[in-house]
Unconditional design. Structure first.
Length: 154
């Protein structure tokens, strides 16, 4: 009926959060120019790099939120297509066939509260597991690089 609206709502929130983090990075990139033009203790020989103003954690979070956003938007699009295919979404108001009847609307809201929320939670949980796996792989890779650069443990 309309269970795809819950993951879509989460996708909107995640996308807005990604946008906010991107704006934060852009502001940090503009900041060094203003520092260099003002009377600041930063010398031209050692300019402040934009990368140093944005923590690596923010960049990593934004990249990983992109994964979640793609998962949510993709799943929502597939579910919306499935509902369209079965005639549950129509091109006229109220767009959802279940919303035209008060009795069906109650069933639709129940489905959104149960199936929709469960899909959004499972997608977010799968994303969380992906993030844990990526962190473990990155950590192992960094350990391997540090062992290679020091000549390895002998």
């Amino acid at each position: 009926m309309a269970c795809f609206l819950v993951p879509t709502g989460e996708a909107i929130v995640v996308s807005l959060l990604r946008l906010a983090l991107k704006k934060k990075e852009e502001r940090a990139e503009v900041q060094p120019d203003s520092l260099a033009s003002s009377a600041s203790p930063v010398s031209p020989a050692s300019p402040v790099s934009p990368a140093s103003l944005v923590s690596p954690g923010v960049r990593k979070l934004r990249r990983r939120l992109r994964w979640l956003s793609h998962m949510l938007w993709g799943g929502s699009a597939l579910l919306a297509f499935e509902h369209l295919w079965h005639g549950e979404i129509v091109p006229w108001f109220p767009f959802l066939t279940a919303a035209s009847d008060p009795e069906s609307a109650g069933v639709m809201l129940h489905e959104m509260a149960t199936a929709g929320v469960m899909m959004a939670l499972l997608t977010t949980a799968a994303w969380g597991l992906m993030c844990l796996a990526a962190s473990a792989i990155e950590k192992r890779s960094l350990q391997q690089l540090s062992a290679d650069s020091t000549g390895g443990a002998q």
